[in-house]
Ligand binder design. Structure first.
Ligand SMILES: Cc1ncc(COP(=O)(O)O)c(C=O)c1O
Length: 405
């Protein structure tokens, strides 16, 4: 490539961004793409030849490395090959796609479901297929980036409300012209704070103002509810969400995302969503692993119970030791360490004690709300959780993180 003019705006933007990242690296405030050599040993991973306790994972049920998933992948590759011929619309749908969609619909208690190549694409293209110019989207400020990106791309007017402030959600709904299309979008479990959406109240508001409700269950499926079916099961409110979105890259350790809803809604999204129509079919290997993961979730319910017991133990232990973990009620646990410098020092101290936990800093979270984000899983045992609690406390003392008495 010929050298670019350094004053060209695109070149300048990229170079300035690189310079910012290099400055973080040079001052030791940058941790990114840590190379993990082996992730198939349950709760433990190998990093640079060293065993570490994995607490930065979305594999909530500890299914990564499960022999049945590897077997499903091999069998699918032998039966179908590894890729597709093109988009499902133009080049053919495979039986494994339909099987997965039927299983997801049955699991989520809906008439139908459809899958997309990733969870991110699911949100972006579903929202853009539901609403457009003249419609309104009302969104929690802490919603995942893919929901926000979908809202922006749709062309609908985006109204945001303070995280969890449902009075403000109501004021937003009241401000919308009654005849306009309205879509409330929210995470079931907020991916940075680990708190749970107040579904009963949001459903009441959606009904009162005749709004559609779409809920992202990326961190809720396999996690919430007695059998891990998600937020409706958690609150005992089956069938109240219009559009249930989930990913196949977290508790179910494959790739992809899905929408579960009434048949007529799925039919419309299938024929409108650009991220479904204008992209290659989900690989049959990926689909087969997702389907087997979904079966394991339902057969091995002990994993959901163990995850919930570990979550209670970890949250209680951290609160007793005086950590600020916001209002987390789930395996997603923010360990607050305000200020980039403190968050980085705490990360290094924690890593030195054999815990794999990474920081989340501004701009991914609001300024001054830097944190380490730890997760517990069903692969951990009580000894692991207690080890993590002790190591975190020790590391916090070393770096001078204030703990409440
Ligand atoms: C709440 C939420 N929604 C959507 C996504 C995107 O899903 P995927 O990683 O499958 O693309 C994520 C990913 O982290 C997420 O946390």
């Amino acid at each position: 490539m010929p050298p670019r003019n350094p004053n060209d705006p695109i070149t300048r933007r990229l170079q300035e961004h690189n310079a910012w990242v290099y400055s973080l690296k040079e001052s030791g405030r940058y941790i990114f793409h840590v190379l993990v050599d082996d992730q198939t040993q349950g709760a433990w991973v190998t990093v640079g030849g060293r065993r570490m306790l994995m607490m930065a994972t979305y594999s909530y049920l500890g299914l990564i490395g499960h022999p049945r998933l590897a077997k499903a992948a091999c069998e699918a590759a032998e039966r179908y090959g590894t890729g597709g011929h093109g988009s499902r619309t133009l080049s053919g749908t495979l039986p494994i796609h339909l099987e997965l969609e039927e299983a997801l619909a049955a699991f989520k208690g809906t008439e139908a479901a459809m899958v997309f190549p990733t969870g991110y694409v699911t949100n972006v293209s579903t929202i853009a297929s539901l609403v457009g110019r003249g419609d309104y989207i009302i969104s929690d400020k802490y919603n995942h980036a893919s929901l926000i990106d979908g809202a922006i791309m749709s062309g609908a007017k985006l109204l945001r409300y303070r995280h969890g402030d449902l009075d403000m959600l109501e004021r937003r709904l009241r401000s919308v012209p009654p005849e306009a299309g309205k879509l409330i979008i929210a995470d079931a479990v907020f991916s940075m704070d680990g708190d749970i959406l107040d579904l009963p109240r949001v459903v009441d508001l959606a009904r009162k103002y005749d709004a559609w409700l779409m809920v992202d269950e990326a961190h809720s499926v396999g996690v919430l509810g007695k059998t891990g079916r998600g937020i409706e099961e958690h609150f005992g409110m089956p069938g109240v969400i219009d559009i249930k979105m989930g990913t196949l890259s977290k508790a179910i350790p494959s790739m992809g995302g899905y929408i579960a809803a009434a048949q007529w809604i799925i039919h419309a999204i299938r024929h409108r969503a650009r991220g479904y129509i204008f992209t290659g079919a989900m690989s049959p290997v990926v689909a087969a692993v997702a389907l087997e993961g979904l079966r394991l979730l339902q057969e091995e319910t002990w994993r959901v119970e163990k995850l919930q017991a570990n979550t209670r133990r970890f949250l209680r232990g951290l609160r007793e030791r005086g950590f600020d973990i916001l209002r987390s009620e789930t395996p997603v646990v923010p360990i607050m360490a305000p200020g980039l410098d403190l968050a980085m020092r705490l990360t290094r101290a924690v890593m030195a004690r054999g815990l794999f936990i990474l920081p989340v800093t501004a701009p991914a979270v609001p300024e001054g709300q830097d944190r380490l984000r730890a997760t517990v899983t069903a692969a951990h045992d009580e000894k692991d959780v207690d080890y993590a609690l002790d190591a975190l406390t020790d590391a916090a003392r070393e770096v001078g993180l204030p703990l409440r008495a």
